[in-house]
Every structure is written in structure tokens, then in C-alpha cells.
Design a protein around this ligand. Structure first.
Ligand code: TYD
Length: 225
């Protein structure tokens, strides 16, 4: 099973991924947690270029670099793990590309889809959790000690995060459009809900996919029983 997490930067994916990993391990499900971009030696180098470069990478260059990293990860790590029956939790997948490079950078959807198709080897997530948050709240969360407006050239931000509020507004709209197109794959969550509430909703959605956990109400306590 492939479970992906999506949302703009600062939505709180990492906390929920950590909790889900722990819960699945308690159910004796073999889990592998990965993030994009990255996950192989080559993909980590590409991640460095994408996030740490001070260069003004072109939108198409950016698309191809994210896709190169993805092709490496899918072929060398994710597909082999799924073949041995592992559950893979992936922090971002191709929906990020549609939202960030498509809606955010303005790359044509059809062209973008061709590149995505090339990089995923037909792999699709079984379930995608989208944590929804406004860019303003996401940035306030990241800089909880500061107040808006936040300087988008802040050195604490990576190259993508420095793209500005309008960019993140377009990315969020992108996610909302993608979800309408493929509603059955997505579980939409309000990122401002309490972490424990979000976790409960996540395990309710994952439970039916876990052998021996067909009834979600059995597992909604999240205490592993
Ligand atoms: P990361 O530090 O992993 O961010 P987060 O914790 O928010 O997931 O950085 C990944 C960044 O790359 C993030 O800003 C989203 C962006 N991104 C794209 O623009 N396109 C993509 O296809 C992927 C996978 C990520």
C-alpha cells in the first residue's frame, strides 16, 4: 500500500507521518517512510540543488529535477518495497509537482503530466492525505515568534519557500482543484485541527486497508489495541 501526504509547506505533515508510522508499526505492519525529493544518494544530491541552490532555476529545470529525483526513488526504493509487501508512507509525490510546478510556476498541465507519467512508472497512491492550511497560517506556524509580513528572502527559508505568498496561494488552489478531479483518492484534513484529532481521522481512513483492522471503530483510539 502506498500512502502519500500533501500540503503546502508548514501544513504539519511530518507530525502526522510520525504518528501514523508508529501506529502502523503497532499493528505489525512493515512500514517504510520516505520523502520527496530525496531517498537515494543521487536523489539527495538533486534535493540539495533544488532546495539549497541560490541560483534562479527555471520552472522547466525545476520540474525535470523533481522528476529525476522521483524516478530514482520510485524505481530503486518504492517499487521494490511495495513488491515485498511493505506499506510505504511518502511525504509528497506527484501531486506536489502538479500543485507547485503546475499551479505555482505556471507550467502547462498537459506537458507536466507527460513528465509525471515518465517518472512514476504507473505508480499511484492508494490513499492521499491533504492537510489544508492558508499560506498565511502556514508561515505564521513556521515563524511562530514573528508576525506577518514575513520577509520571503529570510535565510531560514529554502529556495521554494522563498517563492512568496502569491505562489503559495496558487499552490493551495492547485491542490483544491486536483482533489475535485480525484476525490476518491483524497482525505482532506484541516491542518489547524489538533494533532491528535487529525491522527484519529487518519487512522480511521487507513484502518480498512490494514489486515485484521476492517472495522475503523476498533482502531480509533490510536493506542494500538
Ligand atoms: P521539504 O523541506 O521536504 O518541505 P516540506 O517539509 O514542506 O515537505 O521541501 C520540499 C519542497 O519542494 C517543498 O517546498 C515542496 C517542493 N516540491 C515541489 O515544488 N515539487 C515537487 O514535485 C516536490 C516533491 C516538492
Amino acid at each position: 500500500m502506498l500512502i502519500t501526504f500533501e500540503g503546502i509547506d508548514g501544513a504539519g505533515k511530518s507530525t502526522q507521518i510520525r504518528k501514523l508510522r508508529k501506529w502502523l508499526a503497532e499493528q505489525e505492519v512493515e512500514v517504510l517512510v520516505l520523502r520527496e525529493p530525496g531517498g537515494t544518494a543521487t536523489a539527495e544530491k538533486i534535493r540539495d540543488i533544488l532546495l539549497e541552490s541560490r541560483d534562479n532555476i527555471s520552472p522547466i529545470g525545476e520540474l525535470l529535477l523533481f522528476s529525476a529525483s522521483r524516478a530514482e526513488l520510485v524505481q530503486k526504493v518504492i517499487l521494490p518495497a511495495l513488491e515485498t509487501g511493505k506499506t510505504v508512507i511518502l511525504d509528497r509525490f506527484f501531486d506536489s509537482t502538479t500543485a507547485y510546478q503546475g499551479y505555482g510556476r505556471g507550467i502547462d498541465r498537459r506537458m507536466l503530466q507527460t513528465v509525471i507519467d515518465l517518472s512514476v512508472f504507473s505508480l499511484r497512491p492508494d490513499l492521499t492525505f491533504y492537510l489544508d492550511i492558508s499560506p498565511e497560517n502556514a508561515m505564521l506556524r513556521k515563524f511562530s515568534e514573528k508576525s506577518l509580513p514575513i520577509a520571503f528572502d529570510d535565510t531560514e527559508l529554502d529556495r521554494i519557500e522563498r517563492s512568496g505568498l502569491d505562489f503559495f496561494r496558487r499552490v493551495r488552489q492547485g491542490y483544491l482543484d486536483i482533489i475535485k478531479e480525484e476525490a476518491e483518492r483524497f482525505v482532506v484534513l484541516d491542518a489547524l485541527d489538533k494533532p491528535q484529532t487529525l491522527h484519529k481521522r487518519i487512522i480511521e481512513s487507513v484502518s480498512p486497508h490494514v489486515p485484521g483492522k476492517r472495522n475503523p471503530s476498533e482502531s480509533s483510539t490510536g493506542d494500538g489495541r
